[in-house]
Design a protein around this ligand. Structure first.
Ligand SMILES: Cc1ncc(C[n+]2csc(CCOP(=O)(O)OP(=O)(O)O)c2C)c(N)n1
Ligand SMILES: [Mg+2]
Length: 682
């Protein structure tokens, strides 16, 4: 059936707003929104459970634009459907915002930014991240259904739609994410692939010749092809097919391969890379609008009846669905008050009363235990009290000690969506991206691997930080003390690399009690991800009768061992190196040198303290300072000043038993004491 006139006008309005916005900005990507307009139209106006008036309604279907460069597609549809900006009476995207696309202060930044423009579910732009995150959103939908739904109360079970481009599917992350989603049979997940055979450099045949359908079939996905993206009925059919698969729960995710023409309708630029990343130009825009049967002279024009069409479609349907859900939820809250209370707490990012009541205290013990081991104990105690704290590892749970071991923890799998232990497989990047999606759904996810492989998670960690998502990253085997595995497994630059990411708390505790306090500090965070950096090897549990309480972890750094009067020198350590500082202090004391020891598990937490506090820990007039950390020096200068000395690893390590390595590289109490004397000019 031919598309009706008003439908076609609605689709074209998405296109013209997109090309006009890009032209006004003189920057951006017009061609892809023009091609994808029919998809946005069908999904929003006919398919998704979504209420523009309440864009954060928790049971809504999710739309993710993984090819974030096509942001004008999203802004156009958010405008046309009248999505409201959360906590205001304003539209999330006004026509003026579109006129100011990519300008400072506009609701329409260059790429979609979650938490800024309501209706933008995920920050996208780095290709692959949106689809990676979509897997976590689909997991969360399944988990919430298993946890909260009750007979007669199907509160959760939303679908997740992600639009992706050639670039998304070329990125390695797509492979990890699709493989995981297929394994978990996430039949509530639908990716729509914009198969336009064009990337920036030209035709995809330059670099991409795989059979996408065969590839996804191999992952256990259902694959359906749409020959012409402009055929709304064909799109409807494909989405209907996905919905049928979803009915079966375990049929697996669906990939819709939609053939499209980039810059569709632009007589001189369509189908070419020229339509990808630059304004079409006034003449081409004029010709394109004429090709759509519109006036070539009108800009930012929405024909009469188009907004009304969306109101009658998604506006009416979404409102009814949301109101029905709210009525159902009110009855649910009466019948299942405990579950409802949990749900509300979870959605608000709060924690149950007494969530930290069972965090253990560890007795002083010279032998001690590895911080990965104390972490495992603390994590389990907290998770018992926080039902939506859940996560897993990239095939390293026995090493990272991140398995939840209590009775009803269970494994999340294709057959059990209530499980809280996730087996992400050796897919670190997809693991981190999925955790972003889980956090976006209100869950409190953690994920774990060896610290050296934090590099494999990094692009998604950066987005956790940018989106202000409280994902907990547990990284173990944190230094050359991993020993025999050698330099490939010995993190050197990783602390510096993570500290470089804004809005990310990096915490490297010195002993079991610091681990406990680190969790006490991190878990309540609502708008910041955190990395816990933990040892493989045992760490003595510091005698807190002799030294200060580990509660100082909350301030990022604290005086662990004080001197009488002004210290001669300050020894600063993080993690496993703190005990070396304590040992050096004893040695120095025997020589009449008064050394203060500062445990500094987290720069970010310390930097957030008052100047007064910071100066009390590191008094500006005590310039003889030594920092000890088995990583590169980068950044330590701000705590050390000009006179300070750094004992670390400014080079890759070597393979060997770890005690031998510590000696070889000078990580001994004796050497720390020697460095202290050098810092004092002796
Ligand atoms: C990880 C990553 N690498 C590179 C880019 C830069 N970039 C933006 S779009 C694009 C490729 C465009 O091709 P495609 O993904 O097919 O999108 P289309 O032009 O068809 O919309 C590239 C390389 C990016 N955004 N993210
Ligand atoms: Mg393309």
């Amino acid at each position: 059936m031919a598309n009706s006139d008003i439908e076609q006008q609605a689709v074209n309005a998405i296109r013209t707003l997109s090309m006009d916005g890009v032209q006004a900005a003189n920057s951006g990507h017009p061609g892809t929104p023009m091609a994808l307009a029919p998809v946005a139209y069908v999904l929003y106006n006919e398919v998704m459970n979504f209420d523009p008036a309440e864009p954060n309604w928790p049971a809504r279907d999710r739309f993710i634009l993984s090819c974030g460069h096509a942001s004008m597609l999203l802004y156009s549809i958010l405008h046309l459907t009248g999505v409201r900006q959360e906590d205001t009476d304003r539209p999330a995207v006004s026509l003026d915002d579109i006129r100011n696309f990519r300008q400072v202060g506009s609701q329409c930044p260059g790429h979609p930014e979650h938490g800024f423009t309501s209706g933008v579910e995920v920050t996208t732009g780095p290709l692959g991240q949106g689809i990676g995150t979509s897997v976590g959103l689909a997991i969360a939908s399944r988990w919430k259904a298993a946890k909260f739904n009750q007979p007669g109360f199907n509160l959760f079970g939303n679908n997740v739609y992600a639009v992706c481009s050639d670039g998304d599917l070329m990125e390695g992350l797509s492979t990890e994410a699709a493989s995981l989603a297929g394994h978990l049979k996430l039949s509530n997940l639908c990716w729509i692939y914009d198969d336009n055979s064009i990337t920036i450099e030209g035709k995809t045949e330059l670099a991409f010749s795989e059979e996408v359908a065969a590839r996804f079939s191999g992952y256990g996905w259902n694959v359906v092809e749409v020959e012409d993206i402009n055929d709304l009925d064909a799109l409807r059919g494909a989405i209907g097919y996905f919905q049928d698969q979803d009915e079966e729960q375990d049929s697996g995710p669906t990939l819709v391969i939609a053939k499209s023409v980039i810059g569709w309708g632009a007589p001189n630029k369509q189908g070419t890379a020229a339509a990808h990343g630059a304004p079409l130009g006034p003449d081409e825009i004029s010709l394109t609008k004429q090709a759509y049967g519109l006036s070539g002279e009108e800009h930012f024009h929405v024909p009469e009846g188009v907004m009304e069409l969306f109101q009658a479609g998604v506006g009416t349907r979404g409102k009814a669905a949301r109101e029905a859900w709210e009525a159902k939820y009110a009855a649910y809250a009466k019948q299942f008050p405990a579950l409802a209370a949990e749900l509300e707490m979870m959605q608000n990012g709060e924690l149950p009363q007494g969530w930290d009541a069972d965090i253990p205290t560890f007795e002083a013990d010279p032998k001690g235990l590895a911080s990965r081991a104390s972490s495992g104990q603390v994590l389990n105690q907290i998770a018992k009290n926080v039902p939506w704290l859940l996560g897993g590892s990239a095939d390293l749970a026995p090493s990272t000690n991140t398995l939840l071991k209590f009775d009803d923890a269970g494994d999340f799998s294709a057959d059990d969506h209530a499980g809280r232990n996730f087996h992400f497989g050796i897919r670190e990047h997809a693991m981190a991206a999925a955790c972003n999606g889980m956090a976006l759904s209100g869950l409190k996810p953690y994920c774990a691997t060896f610290f050296v492989f934090s590099d494999y998670c990094r692009p998604s960690i950066r987005l956790s930080a940018m989106m202000k998502l409280p994902v907990l990253y547990v990284f173990t085997h944190d230094s050359i003390a991993v020993g025999e595995d050698g330099p490939t497994h010995q993190p050197i630059e990783h602390l510096a690399a993570l500290r470089a990411i804004p809005n990310l708390a990096v915490v490297r505790p010195a002993d079991a009690n610091e681990v406990a306090e680190a969790y006490r500090t991190i878990v309540p965070m609502k708008d910041q991800p955190a990395c816990l950096v933990l040892t493989r090897q045992n760490l003595p549990t510091i005698d807190r009768d002799k030294y200060a309480s580990a509660a100082g972890v909350a301030q990022g750094a604290y005086i662990l061992a004080e001197t009488d009067g002004t210290p001669d020198v300050i020894l600063i350590g993080s993690g496993s190196e703190v005990t070396l500082c304590l040992e050096a202090r004893e040695r120095l004391a025997a020589e009449g040198i008064a050394a203060r020891v500062v445990s500094m598990p987290s720069w970010e937490l310390f930097d957030a303290q008052s100047e007064e506090y910071r100066n009390s820990v590191l008094p500006p007039d005590v310039t003889a300072r030594v920092a000890v950390e088995m990583g590169i020096e980068m950044g330590w200068g701000k705590y050390l000043g000009c006179g300070g000395r750094f004992l670390g690893m400014n080079y890759f390590g070597i393979s060997g038993p770890f005690q031998k390595l510590l000696e070889r590289y000078g990580f001994t109490g004796e050497n720390v004491a020697a460095e202290a004397k050098k810092a004092m000019g002796r």
